[in-house]
Design a binder for this molecule. Structure first.
Ligand SMILES: [Zn+2]
Length: 266
């Protein structure tokens, strides 16, 4: 079965991972801009990173016949530096016309601070002015519910937002309804230790159904698994779910969301 991983940071993965993903049936991925493992000091550092996401990584993926898409932003962790964030937001528009860019992301909150909320809203404003899709990172662990609630409130208070053009990522049992009930897409992240395991994710799908839900590995520098989506496929098959339902979640749903992007050519 073909699958799409709509959230994976290939800059931090080896070429062997591309090979293994391709052999497991990966057709396409999308790579949100994120933290590099250290705080970057200048907007030029982000300019180079955006060139990596729009020029270098698509070529590396193409060697394995995997389509590579990406999202641009300054992540919530570095958004604490408001001056730097504003400089980075200024350089984003020059990259929005690059053919593999799907929109603005992964923006969101990390520690739910006022600075993070300010920069989140300035990214949203850019996305509204340029008619871009939005991909949202929600905080980890104990602050997740509060952060997701804050994000949903900020979005619902902005009358320009069309929820079906926004994906709220890293949802878990206690936040999935905040996304779905307000009309947003959502992503479940399959992590070996935190976020959703394949079996928890399968439980959530059984409770809420497949509409507007996608799954991803969020593979990055840390402990994570680029084959997490195939692991969920196995879990859903083991539980006797129909191929069509599984394929909808792991393949058709992310494409349906992405197809709304300005640059979409398939
Ligand atoms: Zn991420």
């Amino acid at each position: 079965m073909q699958f799409v991983d709509p959230h994976i940071h290939m800059i931090s993965r080896t070429t062997d991972d591309y090979a293994r993903m391709a052999m497991a049936g990966c057709a396409a991925i999308s790579e949100p801009a994120f933290w590099a493992g250290f705080d970057r000091g200048t907007a030029d550092g982000f300019h180079d990173y955006f060139r990596h996401l729009t020029e270098v990584e698509p070529k590396r993926a193409a060697l394995y016949h995997i389509k590579h898409y990406c999202w641009l932003c300054i992540n919530a962790k570095e958004a604490e530096n408001v001056t730097l964030s504003r400089e980075v937001i200024k350089i984003i528009p020059e990259f929005l016309k690059k053919s593999n860019v799907l929109g603005i992301g992964e923006i969101g909150l990390n520690k739910n601070t006022a600075n993070e909320a300010t920069i989140f809203q300035e990214h949203v404003d850019l996305a509204m002015k340029t008619n871009e899709l939005i991909l949202i990172h929600t905080p980890h662990l104990e602050d997740k519910f509060k952060g997701t609630r804050m994000i949903v409130d900020m979005l619902m208070n902005d009358k320009r937002i069309q929820p079906h053009r926004v994906c709220i990522d890293h949802v878990e049992e206690h936040t999935v309804r905040l996304a779905l009930d307000n009309g947003f897409w959502c992503g479940m992240t399959l992590y070996p230790i935190t976020k959703c395991t394949p079996s928890r994710s399968a439980d959530i799908l059984e409770m809420y159904g497949p509409e507007r839900i996608m799954v991803n590995s969020a593979g990055d520098w840390g402990q994570s698994d680029p084959l997490a989506v195939p692991a969920l496929i196995q879990e859903l098959k083991r539980r006797g779910h129909a191929e069509a339902l599984i394929e909808r979640v792991v393949y058709h749903n992310p494409l349906e969301f992405w197809k709304q992007s300005n640059n979409w050519r398939g």
